[in-house]
Design a protein around this ligand. Structure first.
Ligand SMILES: Nc1ncnc2c1ncn2[C@@H]1O[C@H](COP(=O)(O)OP(=O)(O)O)[C@@H](O)[C@H]1O
Ligand SMILES: [Mg+2]
Length: 373
């Protein structure tokens, strides 16, 4: 892996040197894996779920006792596409040997109706799944599972954005995946998802297939203390300076959201040798200006009441009682019943979230932008 130019990474995982803390979470996850427990990691967006999985996989792979597979379901629309993602991950991991494509993988892929072709532009091998295959997801998964279960090392599979399977239409995806997981008890699963309410529902509602099947781990923001140490240290290495109160300012503005803290620090590190609070404010502004075009679109997506309620929540954050007279009158929102309907729609879209009795705009940068308009 190439060393990054800027130690504040804003996309995925680039090694533990650039990864802040999460030591406790890492220990917990390793202990679940070592004791044959499947895990669910859930949290609000951009707190670091995917990066933590990569960090964990880095650790497991270097222990030489495990083989890890990372699968992201975000872009999948149906069960066939999810199986394609899983097959592609298996193919990437095991398919290439020093003498070409492994024969056993070729056989496995053929058995599930997948064909390997070569991308006409890059020449890289690509996996496509035959159409008729999607009619037998159970069999395909069983074949893939059988392969994984017979590996010498323990296999750990992370399925990221797992809540996506709720969107597959007319298919009992949850039941199909649940029985797959049960068929291969020697394989460990980590399910992760950004839609916290959907993820919680899948694993805690009695009637759902995954009910009580896995350990639930909710990921919290990295502590200010741990982040201060991490940021200070990376500035120091480059002989740069940032004060603790500037770090606290960044952390609170970001609501502790990992991505936003990283982004602000990435800009400050690039521009300054000695960061002042005024510099921090300038970076906040620049970040919001950059997002303006995207945020303006939200107004078009929502009804007028929804938009007004949304903006009022951003301005009032953290808001405890959105149906109180005081709040409704202050922002001129109309009848309480209308506000209640709008709020439900905003929560369903996960634009607004309820976190420990407080209503918040989910995307912290969007919240900061809306609070200004
Ligand atoms: N512990 C960490 N230290 C440093 N950067 C992190 C850490 N966790 C996540 N990040 C960064 O924060 C951003 C969001 O993390 P990500 O894992 O994509 O969040 P999620 O999967 O929860 O939406 C990414 O750019 C990632 O590189
Ligand atoms: Mg993620």
């Amino acid at each position: 892996m190439k060393e990054p130019f800027n130690p504040f990474i804003i996309n995925t995982y680039q090694g533990k040197e650039y990864f802040c803390n999460r030591e406790f979470e890492l220990k917990t996850l390793i202990s679940h894996i070592e004791n044959d427990r499947n895990v669910v990691i859930y949290a609000w967006r951009r707190l670091g779920k995917s990066a933590l999985i990569h960090r964990l996989f880095d650790e497991l792979e270097s222990s030489k006792n495990y083989e890890t597979l990372y699968i992201d379901l975000l872009a999948t629309q149906n069960i066939g596409e999810s199986i394609q993602s899983i097959s592609a991950a298996i193919y990437d991991k095991y398919g290439k040997t020093s003498n070409g494509i492994s024969a056993s993988i070729q056989k496995l892929m053929a058995s599930i109706g997948a064909t390997i072709s070569f991308n006409s532009l890059s020449g890289a091998p690509e996996l496509t799944l035959g159409v008729n295959n999607t009619k037998q997801p159970n069999q395909s998964l069983a074949a893939l599972g059988e392969f994984l279960a017979t590996r010498k090392k323990r296999v750990v599979i992370a399925i990221d954005e797992f809540q996506q399977i709720n969107d597959y239409q007319g298919e009992k995806a949850e039941a199909v995946f649940r029985s797959w997981v049960q068929q291969i008890p020697e394989v460990r699963f980590i399910f992760s998802g950004s839609h916290r309410t959907l993820m919680e529902a899948m694993f805690t509602e009695k009637k759902r297939p995954f009910y009580q099947s896995s350990m639930l781990e909710s990921l919290q923001p990295i502590s200010l203390e741990a982040y201060s140490e991490f940021i200070t240290q990376h500035f120091q290495v480059a002989k740069k300076k940032i004060e603790l109160d500037s770090i606290a300012k960044i952390y609170h503005w970001s609501r502790g959201q990992t991505y936003t803290v990283q982004l602000v620090c990435n800009h400050l590190y690039a521009k300054h040798n000695k960061v002042t609070n005024a510099d921090v404010d300038v970076v906040f502004d620049q970040i919001l200006v950059q997002q303006q075009a995207i945020y303006a679109n939200f107004q078009k997506m929502l009804t007028r009441t929804q938009w007004n309620v949304f903006r009022a929540i951003a301005k009032e954050e953290p808001l405890q009682n959105p149906l109180s007279k005081g709040f409704i009158q202050k922002y001129n929102l109309g009848a309480a019943s209308t506000v209640s309907t709008a709020l439900k729609a905003l929560e369903r879209l996960e634009l607004v979230i309820k976190d420990e009795e407080n209503y918040l705009v989910h995307e912290v940068q969007l919240a900061r932008w809306m609070a200004r308009i």
